[in-house]
Design a protein around this ligand. Structure first.
Ligand SMILES: [Zn+2]
Length: 280
């Protein structure tokens, strides 16, 4: 009997220790998102998904929803296609594409500097220039709303680009959202993506299957870019921590970017906007 009591006490203690270590080690994460600790390979899109699944409703307001996780779409407006040249920002006669912006006064000085640096990531080696708005009719209104998201391309007039603070305050995330504003969708949305990656449909959180749709994209004769800042990570929207996107042929290829634009991302901008030089 004493032995049994001893065993019971021992097992109770052990399960308490186990429960405690579980409680201490487990972080609450949104359903469909598995934290992959210690890998150190979190992509820009992983960060965006984490923020948006925590904070942003897929319905931003009554008529605006998020597509592919972070592209704002308004009902009744050209909702899907911005791959023709219909939504480009206007190019100036001096060869630059000047995009006017306003910045919410809610951002701190440090946050403002970071957003500016994120925009510089786009400007480097391209003809795009972000300029504080003076009189321009079309402009990006940067606001710390819920989540990190942007409309696709130029919509005409004022368009919001949300960079929630502090969650979206990372250079890569900022640059990614401005890429959407320039007119780029996610790399794995390319219509020819099935030649390059396998989408593991059963592994994707069911509510988010639509985030993996393909679109009739303008690929600009550029190769599929596994390392694009616009590529989903390998574990995006994974139900059980298993990959949801697997590169074909070479499983060791890394998907996405952690910090900045890839070389091909810059080529994309220069081709879409027909920039002639990589000048100052
Ligand atoms: Zn995105």
């Amino acid at each position: 009997m004493e032995q049994m009591i001893l065993l019971w006490v021992l097992s109770t203690c052990l399960s308490a220790v186990h429960a405690q270590s579980f409680l201490l080690s487990s972080k609450w994460v949104p359903a469909g998102h598995r934290e992959r600790e210690g890998r150190g390979d979190e992509t820009v899109m992983d960060k965006i998904i984490k923020t948006n699944e925590f904070h942003a409703n897929r319905i931003i307001d009554g008529t605006t929803t998020l597509r592919e996780g972070d592209i704002a779409v308004s009902a009744g407006r050209r909702s899907r296609v911005c791959f023709a040249r219909s939504c480009l920002w206007t190019k100036s006669v001096d060869g630059h594409v000047y995009i006017a912006y306003t910045l919410s006064p809610e951002y701190t000085n440090i946050e403002t500097q970071l957003i500016t640096k994120g925009m510089e990531k786009i400007e480097d080696d391209t003809c795009v220039r972000f300029v504080p708005r003076t009189h321009q009719r079309d402009y990006i209104d940067i606001q710390p709303k819920s989540g990190c998201w942007s409309y696709l391309g130029s919509r005409g007039g004022r368009q919001t680009l949300s960079l929630q603070n502090p969650d979206c305050m990372e250079l890569g995330v900022i640059a990614h959202e401005f890429m959407h504003a320039l007119g780029f969708v996610h790399e794995q949305s390319r219509f020819d993506r099935d030649n390059y990656v396998t989408i593991m449909w059963p592994k994707i959180w069911r509510d988010r299957l639509r985030n993996f749709e393909k679109f009739k994209t303008e690929n600009l004769d550029l190769p599929y870019d596994y390392g694009s800042i616009m590529h989903f990570g390998m574990y995006s929207y994974s139900m059980d921590g298993e990959p949801t996107i697997v590169p074909k042929n070479n499983k060791n290829i890394k998907l996405g970017q952690a910090l900045s634009l890839s070389h091909i991302d810059k080529l994309k901008i220069n081709k879409l906007y027909q920039c002639t030089v990589s000048d100052d």
